[in-house]
Design a protein around this ligand. Structure first.
Ligand SMILES: *Cc1c(COP(=O)(O)O)cnc(C)c1O
Length: 364
């Protein structure tokens, strides 16, 4: 994965760690956790070695058990559903809002059964889910809420930062995300019990006050190392500038594509501030996505079909237990969404090149 913004300061921060002799479980991890919690307006941050690891720990810390049902979305990266399966719980897929691509809160209540324990919502492509609507239902029906904010670091919902909604939120720092640590992730939460459990489980099940060889729980090694944490601290300091640059690239795409009748550009609800993760258009005309991707490829322009619905992935078959989820919007939209080249420092000339190629292909 190329194209992450890595500066001389970032490099110096990592080199400092290498000279310090402390390569894991040190001050950089603590500082990264503190800074992320502060940024999200949350009490606790728990750094881990991937977004997936963070989601897995949050699922366990919120008490998901085998046989529990979790209402979630199929229009996401597979990890958001996989972690439900890791806990032995059952994902129950409901449909998405056609404008934001996030889980449709009006469909949640019809999916609740006596076995429903939690809602797992995703801020798709950096657009916050409708958190107030989700939390209102969760409170009334006594459900836990897991927020997969792996794509939305820095975004706001009704003025509040993502990461401050639900029982806990998880961010990811793979190199295509807004900020990177190479590999890495972060759980943020206000819940002391959730924080304590996540901390123990990431460190082989050791409680905070137990000795190195005392393991209170069945845990994992999901620790982040100090080099990654130092990179995270350094990158997080630049988050606002990184987000502004990404918005600039998205705005340029939006302006250049505004006359293209067969392209729907990303929506942004009035009450949110999107933090752009990818730039995804929805094809409206008669061209199939595969045809457009193929023709872009012939011109040397890589694009991706973000996302294939999770419930249509081959490995998911046995987990569906013969029940076909009813997600017509997800299935319709997933055939038409296309992620165009997008990164923090993408030059305007490159955006123009992509748009002009797309124009040729769509109007031929
Ligand atoms: C990136 C991402 C993850 C997982 O992050 P990793 O760090 O790659 O494990 C989870 N959920 C969503 C929606 C993501 O986009």
């Amino acid at each position: 994965m190329a194209n992450a913004e890595v500066t001389e300061e970032d490099i110096a921060a990592v080199v400092d760690v290498m000279r310090s002799g402390r390569l894991t479980m040190g001050l950089q991890t603590e500082e990264f956790e503190r800074a992320m919690a502060e940024r999200c307006g949350a009490r606790y941050g728990i750094a881990v070695n991937s977004g997936t690891a963070g989601l897995h720990l949050l699922a366990l810390a919120t008490g998901l058990k085998p046989g529990d049902e979790v209402i979630t979305t199929s229009f996401s990266f597979v990890a958001s559903t996989n972690i439900i399966l890791y806990a032995g719980a059952i994902p129950v897929f409901i449909d998405i809002e056609p404008d934001t691509y996030c889980i449709d809160p009006t469909l949640i209540e019809t999916a609740i059964t006596p076995r429903t324990k939690a809602i797992l919502a995703v801020d798709v492509f950096g657009h916050p889910a409708d958190w107030d609507a989700i939390l209102e239902i969760a409170q009334r029906r006594n459900l836990r809420v897991i927020a997969d904010t792996c794509e939305s670091l820095g975004a706001r919902y009704k003025g509040r930062p993502v990461g401050s909604f639900g029982d806990g939120s998880v961010f990811a720092f793979f190199p295509n995300k807004q900020i990177t640590t190479g590999e890495g992730g972060m759980i943020v939460t206000d819940d002391e019990q959730v924080a304590r459990t996540c901390k123990a489980l990431r460190n082989q099940g050791r409680d905070a006050d137990s000795s190195w060889l005392a393991h209170a729980h069945l845990g994992y090694n999901y620790r982040i190392d100090e080099l990654s944490a130092a990179l995270g601290v350094s990158q997080l300091r630049r988050l606002d500038s990184i987000m502004a640059k990404r918005k600039q690239v998205a705005d340029t795409y939006n302006a250049l594509l505004s006359q293209e009748s067969s392209v729907r550009t990303p929506r942004e609800k009035d009450h949110v501030n999107v933090s752009y993760f990818v730039y995804v258009i929805e094809l409206q005309g008669s061209h199939t996505r595969e045809e457009v991707m193929q023709k872009l490829e012939e011109r040397g322009i890589p694009s991706r079909g973000y996302f294939a619905p999770i419930h249509t992935q081959p490995y998911m078959r046995p987990f569906l237990r013969g029940r076909e989820p009813h997600c017509p919007q997800t299935e319709r939209i997933a055939q038409r969404t296309l992620a165009l080249p997008f990164h923090t420092n993408m030059p305007t000339a490159d955006v123009e090149f992509v748009v002009s190629a797309l124009h040729d292909i769509l109007n031929r």
